[in-house]
Write a protein of this length. Structure first.
Length: 172
């Protein structure tokens, strides 16, 4: 009679024979106890604890490596590799990294715009192309920049590519 081999754990091997309607005959080969024969009732109901779980591809690959099974194949794993220089060209075009921008100009001229306060405040981003958001280290510096806000804004608007900046928001 053909046997179905089910490997459950490393030291044990289970062999099941399906020969009766309501029972399954099994043989268990254990390294310390030898061969054990017996019968077990056939379970046809589903157990919630044994339902299939969805894992990420990375987790499934780890489980497959542990169990000695082949890894799952996805569209990205079947795609041929692309040279890194080609990817860099695509990223430069997509995000317009080679074109001049207000953000780049501000970073390059940060020390000139904020003077001796430049080391204690940082640009966060330019929101909607109009509002410069600046992060400061403490509330005293925030108050100082509030007093200098108009002069700093005029200095920023005089820089190339920064004419659209109309407001400065200072966050502490």
């Amino acid at each position: 009679m053909p046997q179905t081999k089910i490997k459950i754990s490393a030291p044990c091997k289970h062999y099941f024979n399906k020969n009766e309607k309501n029972f399954e005959r099994f043989s268990l080969i254990h390294p310390n106890h030898g061969i054990l024969d017996g019968t077990a009732p056939r379970i046809e109901s589903s157990f919630p604890a044994l339902t299939l779980m969805n894992f990420s591809k990375n987790t499934e690959d780890i489980i497959a490596d542990f169990r000695g099974l082949p890894r799952t194949a996805t569209l990205s794993s079947k795609r041929p590799p692309v040279a890194l220089d080609n990817i860099l060209v695509l990223i430069k075009e997509k995000y317009k990294l080679e074109q001049p921008s207000a953000e780049r100009t501000l970073v390059e001229h940060w020390g000139e715009v904020f003077g001796n306060l430049a080391g204690r405040c940082n640009p966060v981003r330019i929101k909607d192309g109009r509002t410069l958001i600046v992060s400061v280290t403490n509330q005293t510096l925030r108050s100082e920049l509030q007093f200098r806000k108009r002069a700093v804004l005029k200095t920023i608007q005089a820089l190339p590519n920064c004419k659209n900046v109309r407001e400065i928001v200072i966050r502490g």
